[in-house]
Write a protein of this length. Structure first.
Length: 347
């Protein structure tokens, strides 16, 4: 995304509390009138975290999108500026109704209409929905004639908003193209209210999301599930992680059968992964293709989380990047564990 030519056309702010905790819902009477300087600062603060897009989502409903509340509010915002503020009030009321989890924090809700977001070579409008839930202490230093005056106050660091959503005016009939930020993403039931209960999103089947999901699923199997089915040591797990990453780095297309054979190799291990794969997709209600084009962007993003480090007490970290047969594990006559490493040259 390129937001250099983007501007905020409309902005309304409301305060949304936790309805279950009897926090208030405070609705603004008017939308915010922005001067150019503040508008630029806010635009950068809201959109900087969406410059490099990750998984994309779409609005979805079990029956029809015509019954999806946020989808219809977005239609109104993109369709007319005259009803913008009244529509944002409806959005705030809906979020208030969904804020029932005890850990859901009160905060300010910002709803924007953006003009001229550059995406894939064209300029489009977008709708942004953001929520801040915490405040930071700021110090203000003022210069007097021969001294300084120091004061502090609480404020909001807009670059660190807790929850955000950017809806691009693309693929309207399919539920738009949506990207989200959530500092509690995938961390418990309290995080689901933003993505599922409030926004009502489902993941779009793109090369990026498919690559990202398969890598996540593979990592979870190797680091967590495999030790329940087999006796494996850490070096074998690291070797499987490395082979998984290498497959995605060295191939343009994912083929399920080829992936399983090259990475897991052993028939029993392949069957175990296959069973885990099916259970994972069924649990998360995901329909997944056996072949798709690999997204290099998703691979680059995920590689950082594939840890190929063997940690030994607090003394040593061994990074294993290649042939695991060059590292040998044993126990000496005193019962002390050791690793023996073979190499040709020292850099």
């Amino acid at each position: 995304m390129d937001f250099s030519a983007t501007s905020i056309e409309n902005l309304s702010v409301h305060h949304v509390g936790n309805i279950a905790m009897e926090d208030p819902l405070i609705l603004s009477n008017y939308e915010i009138a922005l001067n150019p300087k503040i508008g630029q600062i806010l635009k950068d603060s809201f959109l900087n975290r969406f410059m490099f897009l990750g998984n994309s989502y779409q609005f979805s409903h079990s029956n029809s999108l015509q019954f999806h509340e946020i989808y219809n509010y977005v239609n109104d915002i993109l369709g007319s500026n005259e009803t913008f503020h009244n529509t944002t009030i409806n959005v705030a009321k809906l979020l208030y109704e969904k804020s029932v989890h005890p850990k859901t924090k009160a905060g300010e809700l910002y709803i924007c209409k953006f003009k001229n977001c550059e995406y894939e070579g064209s300029y489009i409008d977008a709708v942004g929905i953001f929520k801040t839930e915490s405040k930071t202490t700021f110090f203000d230093v003022k210069t007097q004639t021969q001294s300084f005056e120091l004061s502090c106050q609480e404020g909001i660091d807009m670059s660190k908003f807790e929850k955000g959503c950017l809806i691009l005016n693309k693929e309207k009939d399919a539920g738009y193209q949506v990207y989200i930020v959530d500092n509690q993403n995938n961390r418990g039931e309290e995080a689901l209210y933003w993505r599922e209960h409030f926004l009502g999103l489902s993941m779009r089947n793109t090369n990026f999301s498919q690559t990202n999901l398969l890598l996540n699923m593979t990592k979870e199997y190797i680091t967590k599930q495999i030790t329940n089915d087999f006796v494996v040591d850490r070096t074998e797990q690291i070797d499987l992680l490395n082979r998984s990453v290498d497959f995605f780095k060295n191939n343009e297309t994912f083929d399920k059968a080829t992936f399983e054979e090259e990475v897991f190799q052993d028939k029993t291990l392949i069957k175990s992964f296959h069973n885990f794969n099916e259970a994972y997709l069924e649990k998360n209600e995901i329909v997944f293709p056996d072949t798709f084009n690999i997204s290099p962007e998703a691979v680059k993003k995920q590689v950082k989380s594939f840890k190929s480090v063997l940690k030994l007490d607090k003394n040593f970290h061994i990074y294993i990047h290649g042939n695991k047969d060059l590292i040998e594990k044993g126990i000496d006559e005193n019962g002390k564990k050791f690793y023996k490493i073979y190499y040709d040259k020292e850099d």
